[in-house]
Write a protein that binds this ligand. Sequence first.
Ligand SMILES: [Zn+2]
Length: 377
Amino acid sequence: MASLLFLAFFVLRCTASLRIPASESTVDVKAFNIANVTTTLPGAILQPVLPGHDTIRLPLHAFLIEHTASKKRFMFDLGMRNDPLNLPPSVASFFQSGVYSVDPFKEITELLEEGGIPLASIDTIIWSHSHFDHIGNMAKWPNKTNLVIGPGTNRSLYPESPDSQLQASDFAGHNITELNFDNTNLTFSGLPAIDYFGDGSFYLLNTPGHELGHITALARVTPSSFIVLGADTCHHPGQLRPRPKFQAAYPCPANLLAQSRTSVSTDYFWSPDSLSGDFDMLSRAQPLLSITDLPTSGEADPVASRVSLDKIAGFDAEEDFFVVLAHDLSLIDVLPYFPASLSSWKGNQIKDKVLWGFVDEKNPAYRFGPSSSQIDS
Ligand SMILES: [Zn+2]
């Protein structure tokens, strides 16, 4: 009987429908936008690509995490290094040819030190995956900074592996831990989870598809509110939204509902109640954009990517969870960045302010109507 009562108490204390065990332990999350990279290959990351949207700008988010109780600091992703021609040729060639371009910027190492965070105070760096736009310049970090990578991350290096985005300096001197989700009995929204500190403050989630070893994170920033660090589960909020549960929890604001009737092209997007020829966001029950599986896709396994994204979307529809993607352009004018903390997102209603921003024609992420402009701005 006692155990039944305990079980009932435990279930009641879990967070909403996602069954996150209750905990008073938290982390603080501070976000950086390291740089905005423009690519002339938007079709590698999303579909459809409308006329006039032949480029896409991608911010590179990195996160400083501090465990509240122990004051231990770590990073989740680093953005990219600012000398891209020194990356292995598989990436550098894209910068040389102009397929990728980026204005000069300061690397995360410089931003941290300028902000009063010595690199030596960062215990561990977690890579969501090993692409160049997440791994920074590891050579600038002290050897004692630990590195955590996802399961099965391909550690082959250029030049022995000519196509690799990694080189010896990315690993040299660092203690590397490769996560193993095989023995975890935690699953949130269908995603296997590792309780990183063992106190419920920070979980790593197995989200395969984009690249072998791609992981995301669930940060408890107050006892009952969380930030989902979605990494490259998708690259645009239009691949995440709208879905039925999300529509019910967060109805599209009236002004954007009205605007999208004529701004969203019904040649590319349809919805059951678009019968008059105007787009109807209310009856749209699937995301506007999709992860591409065309031969040009940048996804290692597009089918697995879609399943991981469906699972991450389970968080997006819940009021206690705020999903922040590594490359969500709709956030860049709204998100409080370092030195401000993201941890009070719920009290400050930040999620409500940004959720539907991507369907606003004035938002830099808008790309749902044909445009005569060649550059997203
Ligand atoms: Zn990326």
